[in-house]
Design a protein around this ligand. Structure first.
Ligand code: AHM
Ligand code: MG
Length: 335
């Protein structure tokens, strides 16, 4: 449902949250996530002027070298979430260990996030994004534990992403709910609600496949056959290299996004908790499919995975049912 805001009648993220969540603590948390997205958007927009491009000079949890904007955006999210009083455990791509929030300021929720995904695109001003998943604490007491967040994707209570592109857009969804779209109005400094109940195009939309074909020599036969099928059927190739942008396009235009396991990376590249799960939840909620493809001996629905490590990886095959089913059918045939 399109709901383009007029100059005199619009709904901000805070107004939308107050009208649509009965849970005050969750409202506070989502508003703080929105605030951190705005601060990150501001940092990306003025990076060239403020000297924020380039390396920071250290490595993150996965051994990737950190950029200045990786570190800054991580600080923005950690500070906003700890101060919100609504979180007990934070897992960030940029922190090797989970952050256990001190008891005095702890709340009910656990958040896994990648503060600035698409690092390779930062310095040349190509779109990046933030991805997040929210769980509700299950262990007793005020202090959270890592077990509160090492859970299947089916337990997620809210998930979303923010894209720092030509416009800054926030897309989010509460468990089993509708997917909502907000755009940052820079002059107002507020996220304004633009679309309700976002759906992937019926029938699959544009014929687009999205993957890093530079890895194709390492792919398994099923992925090779799938991409060959897409080419034979006149699909277009589109790959930004920022998961948020590639998934956002897939949701709005259709097609599929693939980051498979391959000979070099038998678990794939993307991380379960703060890349795979939140995107899988959103993609399913818009009517798409999110799978791992053949992984550990079977084809698995991504949200059914149970991570045992906070930085665990998984292969990702997601998008419209038309195209994901093609990939899965090759996996079934080759099994
Ligand atoms: P990052 O978290 O280090 O930025 O890596 C994640 C990104 C995703 O945004 C994107 O889908 C993928 O890595 C691109 O990887 P590649 O450069 O191998 O194609
Ligand atoms: Mg990432």
């Amino acid at each position: 449902v399109e709901n383009i805001a007029s100059e005199s009648d619009f709904k901000t993220l805070t107004q939308w949250l107050m009208a649509n969540t009965k849970d005050l603590e969750l409202t506070v948390l989502m508003a703080q996530l929105g605030l951190a997205c705005k601060a990150t958007s501001r940092a990306c927009a003025k990076a060239g002027i403020a000297g924020l491009f380039g390396m920071y000079g250290s490595e993150n949890s996965s051994g990737d070298e950190q950029k200045k904007l990786d570190v800054l955006s991580n600080d923005i999210f950690v500070n906003a979430l700890v101060k919100s009083g609504s979180c007990c455990v934070l897992v960030s791509e940029e922190n090797e260990e989970p952050i256990i929030v001190p008891e005095e300021v702890a709340g009910r929720f656990c958040v896994a996030f990648d503060p600035l995904d698409g690092s390779s695109n930062i310095d040349c001003n190509v779109s990046t994004g933030t991805i997040f998943a929210v769980y509700e604490k299950v262990s007793p007491g005020k202090l959270g534990t890592v077990k509160d967040i090492l859970r299947t994707g089916n337990d997620i209570v809210a998930a979303g992403y923010c894209m720092y592109g030509a416009a800054t857009e926030l897309v989010m969804c509460f468990k089993a709910g509708k997917v909502e779209r907000f755009a940052l109005d820079p002059s107002l400094g507020e996220f304004v609600h633009t679309h309700s109940n976002v759906k992937i195009p019926e029938g699959g939309g544009k014929k687009i496949y999205s993957c890093n074909e530079g890895n194709s020599l390492n792919w398994d036969e099923s992925i090779k056959s799938s991409i060959a099928f897409f080419k034979e059927n006149k699909y277009a190739a589109r790959y930004v290299g920022s998961m948020v942008s590639d998934v956002h396009r897939t949701i709005l235009y259709g097609g599929c996004f693939i980051y498979p396991a391959d000979k070099k990376s038998p678990k794939g590249k993307l991380r379960v908790l703060y890349e795979g799960f939140p995107m899988a939840l959103i993609v399913e909620a818009v009517g798409g499919v999110a799978s791992t493809g053949m992984f550990n001996g079977s084809i698995q629905r991504m949200l059914d995975l149970v991570p045992t490590d906070i930085h665990e990886r998984c292969p990702v095959i997601l998008g419209c049912p038309r195209d994901v089913e093609i990939v899965l059918s090759y996996y079934k045939k080759d099994a």
